[in-house]
Structures are given as structure tokens and as C-alpha cells.
Ligand binder design. Structure first.
Ligand code: DHE
Length: 587
């Protein structure tokens, strides 16, 4: 069995099954996949579900427990229908033992309870984290038996269901006509407090917590309205909240549920459509929804079920990252399992026009190039980056990378030798890849030959990077390593000097610098985010639910510690979204 991966720094809150929350993997239970797809067909064409022996016996109470644990911890990576994506396929045709009780049938590996227990308990080198510190022996045994059963299918979620869940708490007419305070909204940070289902708004100028608001369970990301006035959050339970920052203290003015499991939202940013619409992508049901930007009134739901780039039907193509174009009334909507990138034109949502671009399977996260014409998205388990040209509506390139690229939104800077580049880190390899991106500037014509090639690979001290970040005013590239098993990496951040990329990155021991007492479980340092001025970098020191966590701030020029924000309510901070940088996609 493989070397054990790190124990999770956090524990998910328990949820009711009614939420069916595919709330998946909740936390840190990220299922990595190095090599996973190579070992078996992940989203394989529909397999004979009843192949092999029958599933082991389970009592009704055990089935309920298995269902709940699966949706809380496993579905995010393996999918509700268990067809696999970031995680492996877990359908009965290979989780069950063969009919004769052996472990192979027709040359195919069959797992069975004993082997599944080991995998769940100890993890694998393929990237599955160990659960023996989270689940009891009995729970591991229940899970090993549960995933040999035919998958449970959660209910669909219609426009009518959205309408029924919609709460317009403060109508537009009753909201302020101008900000009721003097706070510099552009430098506010929206900070995910993951396991409490809350969002902290922190004043970047004073470093004071301005307000903590309730959001969805394990809230995932925040995005800004085009005006910079509204913050939108989405939770893993599919709950979207709309926060108005013009009140004296920020207020949730509307909320809506768009399904039982979701990860992404973005607003309409094109001229004439500012703050008009919001789009949200769901994992379950696999669909995206369009809402009114200022009220969240639901307007349209569009299913993403359909064919993969290989021509196979997929019943659960989940919506991964979404981004709003600045040059057209369009959203770029990335469909994970099918590998199709949709350009959704929102200028006429009754007669919705969509361009479907074939790329590669298992699309996940991504960001703009420096010109904001090209969107680069990781097809993570295909080990590729897909680049879409939003001007022509065509695929610009499919670039091979190292194992499991995970860019977050990536990082754009000018490389002294290769011109404009966009950077992505990897979960599965200790490398940051720099990809040359096109530029119209005549002075950059000489770099054209490099476009869409990996021009340099920066060496990291280990695999397990989640986010890279820079800023137009910075000479540094910041890279975290929260999924690396070694404490010295997990609890640090690495900083490259953009003026000399031949140098090894400088390590900053964030956990130590925080001054907080050491904890038994690893604390993950994650998600570097710049302030509005581009001269400070904020990092989350993400401890367990009962540990003291912090936001640790460094001066970007000197790399010296500037401030530690810690508070009993600052529980499990992860993503941080600076208003200005998120509003204008600066990274
Ligand atoms: Fe994320 C972005 C999905 C686990 C923190 N995450 C995204 C996006 C997707 C996604 C699709 C892109 C949204 C967009 O741009 O529109 N994340 C998933 C998962 O499916 C996964 C692997 C497992 C799960 O069940 O959720 C997962 N993500 C995590 C975490 O465990 C992280 C580290 C901590 C947390 O808060 O949950 C985490 N994901 C983030 C962050 C972003 C994100 C901070 C936004 C990055 C940015 O800079 O925009």
C-alpha cells in the first residue's frame, strides 16, 4: 500500500440527508488522482451495473449511513452516479467481487469489501487520501459495502424548485442609493470560513473583520458584481447568497438554492448588462441556472447532460468553473465530465444561443490570459490545459501539462525570455508550468513562435499545489502546497522571483510566522491573494475546526510578515477574494 497522504486538517460538519448534499468531499477530503485515469476508465461508457457478485448485505440503517457519508465526503470527486472524474469510477461493475468470489473477471480487476476497506482507510498513491482518522472502522466497513451497491440517485431540481427556495430579503427599492459608509469597498476581502458555512468580510485597509455572514454549507467561492457592490457566494449545498455592501454593515439581501450541490457562480459583466444577471453552475443536478443579478429571481435552468468529447453519453456532466467575458455578453461555462466548453450568450436568454467547444474531459478551474481574450481551463485528470479564444468562439489550444494541473485562476506575467505567460501549478507533480500566451503588441511578435507551448517548468519542493498568484505590480509568483504530505511544505508558501526564474523559490514558513501554537494535525497554507494595491499577499492558515486559524499577510516587496489576523470566529478560512481583483479578474 502506498505512502499515506496527509491527514485532513479539517473535519466536515455533518449534514442531514435531506440536503442530499453531494456535499461531497467536503473538506480537504480532496481526492487526488495522479494516474487514476490511466489505471481504469474513469467516466467509462455505461457499465453493466449488476456485473459480478451481488452487493454485500446491509441493514436499512447502514444504507442510510453509507448514503450520507458518500454524499458528504466522496461525491465531489467520484460523482453522485460514481462514474468518476477527479476520483476513480466506483460503479459496482468493479467495486463488487466477481461472481465466483475472486478478484478478477474477464481480465478486469474486481475489488470487494476487504480491498475497498484498505483503500478507504489508508488511501492510495493514486491520490486518494486516507480516511482512517475520520471514519471509524465500522464506518469504513459500511462504506466498503455501500459502494458495491447500485448508486442512489438524488432528486432533480427544477425552475419551480428554485422559485420555491428563493428569498428576496430586501427588495431593490429598499436598498441604499449610495454606500452608507466610507469604507473602501475595493479593498474588502471576502473570506470563506469553510466549515462554519460563513463568509467573513475583512477590510483590507484596516485589517479589521467588518462582518461575518451566514452562507451555504462549506461555502466554496465568492464572486463580485460588475459594479463591485454585491458579493455572491455559493455553497456546496447549492445555496447562493447575495450580499449588499452598501449597507452600513453588509447584509444578505437575497438567497436561492439551485440544486443540492454546486461550486460556481459569476455575474454579467459586459457593458449594458452590469449586475443584470447571475449564472450558477451545479454539480447535482448537472445544470446551470440563470438568475436576476440584483434579486436572484430564477429565470432559466439549462441541463448539461449529453455527450462527452469522445461521443459517449454522460448522465452527470457537472458544471465546473464559470467566467464572465469582458468583451461579449457571454459566460464561459466549463462542463467537467464531457470536456465541452460552452459559450453562453446572455443577450437574449429566452432564445439562448450557445457555442459548444470540444476540449478535453474533466474540466475544472481556470482563468483569463493577460489580454482577457483567452480563457485557460484545466482538464485536470486529462493532464491538459484547454485555451478558448472567446473572440472567435473556438478552441485555441490544448496544451499537455504535468499531472493534474490546478491553476485556481492562474497567474499572468511577462517572462524575460518568452514574453506573456500564464502559470499553473499541479496537484500530481512538483512543477509550475508556464504557458506562452498570444499578444497583439507589435513588440511581442517575436514571442509568437512560443504561443501555447510550455516554455518553462519551475521546480517546486513537492507536489500538491492548489493555487498560484501574482499581480501586475508584483515581481513575485506565489505558490502554495496545501496538499503536500510534508508539514514543512503544507504549512509554508513558496515565492519565485520573476526577475530571475532560475533561482529556487524562497520558502516562507507561514505557520511559524503566524505565532499560533503548533497543532497536531497539519494546517494547510492556501490561496495567496493580493490586495487592491498589489503590494500585500494574504494567505489562509487553514487549521481544523477547533484549531486557531489565521490570515497571514506579507509585504510583497520585502517578503516580510506584515500582519496576522486571527479571531475565535475565524474558523477554517480557505478562499479569499479581494473585491477589486475579483471584479476585474486581476491575477
Ligand atoms: Fe474548489 C474553485 C471544485 C475542493 C477551494 N473549486 C473551484 C472551482 C471548482 C471547484 C469547479 C472553480 C469555480 C469557478 O471558478 O467558477 N473544489 C472543487 C471540487 O470539486 C473539489 C475538488 C472537491 C469538493 O467536493 O468541493 C474542491 N476547493 C476544494 C477544497 O478542498 C478547497 C481547497 C477548500 C475549500 O474551501 O473548499 C477549495 N476552490 C477553492 C477555492 C476556489 C475554488 C479557494 C477559487 C479559486 C479562485 O481563486 O478563484
Amino acid at each position: 500500500m502506498s505512502k499515506r497522504l496527509p491527514t485532513r486538517a479539517t473535519r466536515p460538519a455533518r449534514l442531514s440527508w435531506v440536503m442530499v448534499s453531494a456535499i461531497s468531499a467536503a473538506l480537504g477530503t480532496m481526492m487526488l488522482t495522479a494516474g487514476a485515469q490511466a489505471q481504469q476508465p474513469a467516466a467509462a461508457p455505461a457499465a453493466p451495473a449488476a456485473a459480478g457478485a451481488t452487493a454485500p448485505e446491509m441493514t436499512a440503517a447502514e444504507v442510510e449511513a453509507g448514503k450520507k457519508i458518500y454524499f458528504e465526503r466522496c461525491a465531489g470527486c467520484h460523482g453522485v452516479l460514481r462514474k468518476g472524474a477527479t476520483g476513480k469510477n466506483l460503479e459496482p461493475h468493479w467495486t463488487r467481487k466477481a461472481k465466483d468470489g475472486t478478484t478478477t473477471e474477464g481480465g478486469t480487476l474486481k475489488l470487494g469489501t476487504g480491498r475497498l476497506e484498505k483503500i478507504i482507510g489508508l488511501g492510495t498513491e493514486g491520490g486518494m487520501v486516507n480516511y482512517d482518522d475520520i471514519l471509524t472502522k465500522e464506518e469504513i466497513n459500511i462504506m466498503a459495502r455501500y459502494i458495491q451497491r447500485t448508486p442512489d440517485v438524488p432528486p432533480e431540481f427544477s425552475l419551480r424548485d428554485m422559485q420555491a427556495s428563493w428569498k428576496l430579503i430586501v427588495p431593490v427599492a429598499e436598498r441604499p442609493k449610495a454606500p452608507m459608509h466610507k469604507i473602501n469597498l475595493k479593498n474588502i476581502f471576502a473570506v470563506t470560513l469553510r466549515d462554519t458555512g460563513k463568509l467573513a468580510l475583512i477590510d483590507g485597509d484596516t485589517k479589521q473583520i467588518w462582518q461575518i455572514l451566514d452562507t451555504g454549507y462549506a461555502v466554496h467561492i465568492s464572486r463580485l458584481s460588475a459594479s463591485g457592490r454585491y458579493v455572491y457566494t455559493v455553497g456546496r449545498d447549492g445555496l447562493v447568497t447575495l450580499i449588499d455592501m452598501w449597507f452600513e454593515v453588509p447584509k444578505t439581501v437575497a438567497s436561492i438554492r439551485m440544486g443540492s450541490d454546486a461550486r460556481s457562480v459569476d455575474t454579467s459583466k459586459f457593458k449594458g448588462f452590469e449586475d443584470k444577471y447571475l449564472i450558477g453552475g451545479s454539480y447535482w443536478p448537472p445544470q446551470y441556472s440563470i438568475m436576476e443579478g440584483e434579486t436572484l429571481k430564477p429565470l432559466k435552468v439549462v441541463s448539461t447532460r449529453g455527450m462527452t468529447v469522445d461521443g459517449d453519453y454522460h448522465p452527470e456532466p457537472r458544471v465546473a468553473s464559470i467566467v464572465s467575458s469582458h468583451i461579449k455578453p457571454e459566460w464561459v461555462v466549463n462542463i467537467k465530465e464531457t470536456g465541452q466548453i460552452l459559450l453562453v450568450d446572455y443577450s437574449d436568454i429566452k432564445n439562448l444561443r450557445t457555442t459548444t467547444i470540444e476540449s478535453a474531459k474533466f474540466l475544472h478551474d481556470g482563468g483569463w490570459d493577460i489580454t482577457k481574450r483567452y480563457f485557460l481551463v484545466a482538464a485536470n485528470a486529462s493532464h491538459k490545459i484547454a485555451a478558448v479564444d472567446t473572440k472567435t468562439g473556438k478552441l485555441a489550444a490544448l496544451v499537455d501539462t504535468k499531472k493534474i494541473p490546478h491553476p485556481g485562476r492562474g497567474a499572468n506575467f511577462f517572462h524575460p525570455q518568452f514574453g506573456p505567460v500564464w502559470a499553473t501549478g499541479h496537484l500530481g507533480d512538483p512543477v509550475i508550468s508556464l504557458i506562452s500566451t498570444p499578444s497583439d503588441k507589435p513588440a511581442h511578435a517575436k514571442f509568437k513562435q512560443h504561443n501555447w507551448k510550455v516554455v518553462q517548468e519551475l521546480k517546486m519542493p513537492g507536489a500538491g499545489n492548489l493555487f498560484v498568484k501574482t499581480h501586475p505590480k508584483s515581481q513575485h509568483l506565489w505558490a502554495d502546497l496545501p496538499m503536500n504530505p510534508e508539514r514543512e511544505n503544507t504549512e509554508s508558501v513558496y515565492v519565485f522571483d520573476l526577475t530571475d526564474l532560475s533561482k529556487a523559490p524562497r520558502k516562507l514558513d507561514v505557520a511559524k510566522d503566524s505565532g499560533l501554537p503548533e497543532t497536531k494535525a497539519l494546517r494547510r497554507v492556501t490561496h495567496p491573494e493580493f490586495n487592491q494595491a498589489g503590494d500585500e499577499v494574504w494567505l489562509s492558515l487553514w487549521g481544523g475546526k477547533t484549531d486557531r486559524s489565521a490570515i497571514v499577510i506579507y509585504d510583497d516587496k520585502t517578503l516580510k510578515l506584515k500582519k496576522v489576523i486571527t479571531d475565535p470566529n475565524m474558523i477554517t478560512p480557505t478562499g479569499k477574494f479581494n473585491v477589486f481583483n475579483t471584479q476585474f479578474d486581476i491575477y
